[in-house]
Design a protein around this ligand. Structure first.
Ligand code: BES
Ligand code: ZN
Length: 612
């Protein structure tokens, strides 16, 4: 008996389920799903099996052939991070059927009432399962070490449609007898309901399970790509324009990393409360609407989520302790794609923004250096609490270091071989290092692999990028200390990313009058680009400029992306003695809380509780 993952009750001595068949009846009136899950094991098994569950009420567990109830128990006190251990006792079954119901507070699910949607007439619900929230949608061995295939029957009101990170089979009338104990047959087949069927034939880690239900429309943008969003013609058109270059990126990805294995690459633009920039759900990436800026910069986020199709979705971290294998590789792969489609200058700028982020997060964790390592120990740690740029940017730097050592041609060949070797597997850092040493002889003599993967902070052989634009922006930012601001002609061709880099390189707090002067000239607080706006507002708060509080409040109420919530709430509560800012943070959170995804609610709560 041994746990396989610090974030899961899954036990190494139990068989892993290989298939899950879900029947989901969506009850928007009570923000809950009446559901059943048929879990299939590779062979018949007798004995206990541990599953992860959170905020689920389990109605029954039966042998699907005989319908005889199987004994089960739910650990009475939920672990604050893992949730509850659902133990099922099997006697020679190879499958078992669990009937259960989700709760309105399920951490993966955000239920939007009609007024919270764009069209204001119909409800919307969507998932965010990474890192450990799939267990709040259905009981499972919620560890990326266990890969599953699945099928799903989604029963929704007929005004709505469903999308999933899976192949859509059909939309049809509900059939009597197929509810599979999710709910009564009468409810399942009631007037006005439809069923959407999906299958996922490729084995995925549970965190890649995803759906959205709402009034959803779509536009074609390429031979294997459609963009989906709430049915608002302007939003769909803008998204279709923004993502027109997607097919070209997929082709470049295939050249660099091998065949695209997931058949379709669709995009779903979510409501503004979506807590991330993007989520790499297979076959259908989920995106925040804040990436649609009308200047094709959303392509970078798409490049990142697309890159996960190889690094993360094909080769998956075995547990969150190896998270850098997902995000570091993907950041590297993303920049290789960006370099081809947007040019080297853009890629270098991204590396520069990343370098800044890495330095900042190493500083943020100065009292908790464990989380500045690539391979981290996460027993008793909530992955949402330690989310940072470190696995992304230190991971990127590690791979870039290896590339510099062996040359790009050799590194490209290595990556292709790595992907082909481990595809559809979940691996750890040691497996990667062994493969590296086996394929690049004597690499450990040139690069201190131990310092990179086990060491804290930034290794001495990590480097800041060099390019004309990058270096110029950083030096302009340094001049700000001496009261100098960039001239109009110097910023004439700056886009969002140039401003972002500039603002992030300014001192953390400056004279209030300087902040005001900068804004008077360049109108940064009103930028439509949230990266720019938030970087500016963060500086304004830290510099004690109260006149921006109303803009801060507005921003915190219109978006739920944690990349923006974290720095703004932190800036508000961090400064000692700024009572007014703390009161503002508390009030805005009380008022905006219901509009945030549960994961974002938790993260903001933990920021406020640390400082108030
Ligand atoms: N997989 C991540 C998002 C994530 C990480 C969700 C951890 C939950 C837990 C995704 O691929 C990502 O990195 N998104 C970035 C995009 C950016 C790097 C272009 C984001 O959301 O900001
Ligand atoms: Zn990512």
């Amino acid at each position: 008996m041994a746990p396989v993952d610090p974030h899961s009750f899954t036990d190494s001595s139990h068989p892993f389920a290989t298939h899950i068949s879900l029947s989901l009846y969506f009850d928007f009136a009570s923000s809950a799903i009446n559901a059943s899950a048929l879990l299939t094991l590779p062979t018949p098994y007798s004995g206990p099996i541990f599953l992860d569950a959170r905020s689920l009420s389990i109605t029954s567990i039966v042998d699907p052939k005989t319908l005889i109830p199987l004994p089960f128990s739910l650990s009475p006190i939920p672990d604050p991070i893992k949730g509850q251990n659902l133990t099922v006792s099997l006697s020679n079954q190879s499958s078992f059927l669990i009937s259960f119901c989700t709760s309105p507070s399920s951490s993966a699910l955000q239920w939007l009432s009609p007024p919270q949607t764009f069209n204001k007439t119909l409800p919307f619900v969507y998932t965010q399962c990474q890192s450990i929230h799939a267990r709040s949608v259905f009981p499972c061995q919620d560890t990326p070490a266990a890969r599953i295939c699945y099928s799903a029957r989604i029963n929704v009101p007929r005004q709505l449609s469903a999308v999933m990170s899976a192949r859509h089979v059909e939309r049809r009338a509900p059939l009597s007898g197929e509810a599979a104990m999710a709910c009564d047959d009468a409810l399942w087949c009631a007037e006005g309901r439809v069923v959407e069927e999906f299958v996922m034939e490729q084995p995925i880690p549970p965190y890649l399970f995803a759906f959205a239900v709402g009034e959803i429309g779509c536009r074609e943008v390429g031979p294997r790509t459609r963009v989906y969003a709430e049915l608002v013609p302007e939003v769909l058109d803008a998204a279709a324009r923004e993502f027109a270059g997607t097919e070209e990126m997929i082709r470049q990805g295939e050249k660099l990393f091998g065949p695209y294995e997931w058949e379709r690459f669709d995009l779903l633009v979510l409501p503004p409360s979506f807590p991330y920039g993007g989520m790499e759900n297979p076959r259908m990436v989920f995106l925040t609407p804040t990436v649609i800026k009308g200047d094709a910069s959303g392509a970078q986020v798409v490049a990142h989520e697309l890159a996960h199709s190889w690094t993360g979705n094909l080769i998956t971290n075995k547990s969150n302790e190896d998270f850098w294998l997902n995000e570091g590789f993907t950041t590297y792969a993303e920049r290789r794609i960006v370099e081809v489609v947007q040019g080297e200058e853009r890629a270098v700028l991204n590396i520069g923004i990343g370098w800044r982020g890495l330095n900042e997060d190493v500083e943020r964790f100065k009292d908790n250096m464990e989380f500045t390592k690539l391979k981290t120990k996460q027993e008793g740690v909530d992955p949402d609490d330690i989310y940072s740029q470190i696995p992304y940017e230190k991971g990127f730097q590690f791979l870039w270091r290896i590339e510099r050592q062996i040359g790009r041609a050799a590194f490209d060949e290595f990556i292709k071989k790595y992907i082909a070797t481990f595809k559809f597997q979940s691996i750890d850092t040691e497996t990667f290092l062994n493969f590296l040493k086996a394929n690049i002889p004597a690499i450990e003599k040139e690069i201190d692999l131990n310092v990179w993967t086990e060491g804290t902070g930034i290794p001495p052989d990590a480097i800041e990028p060099v390019s004309n634009i990058y270096t110029k922006i950083v030096s302009l930012a340094n001049e700000f200390k001496f009261g100098m601001m960039p001239r109009e002609d110097e910023v004439a061709d700056w886009h969002g990313q140039e401003w972002e880099l500039y603002l992030e390189n300014l001192p953390k707090s400056v004279e209030a009058s300087q902040v005001e002067a900068l804004d008077a000239r360049y109108r940064l607080a009103e930028s439509k680009d949230y990266e720019v706006k938030v970087a500016f507002l963060q500086l304004a708060i830290s510099s004690g400029c109260r006149e921006y509080y109303s803009e801060v409040e507005k921003t915190l109420k219109e978006v739920g992306r944690m990349k923006y919530l974290r720095p703004l709430y932190t800036a508000l509560v961090q400064g000692s003695g700024k009572e007014e800012a703390k009161i503002l943070a508390k009030r805005v959170f009380v008022e905006a809380r219901d509009c945030y995804h549960p994961i974002a609610q938790g993260v903001v709560e933990s920021i406020l509780s640390k400082h108030l």
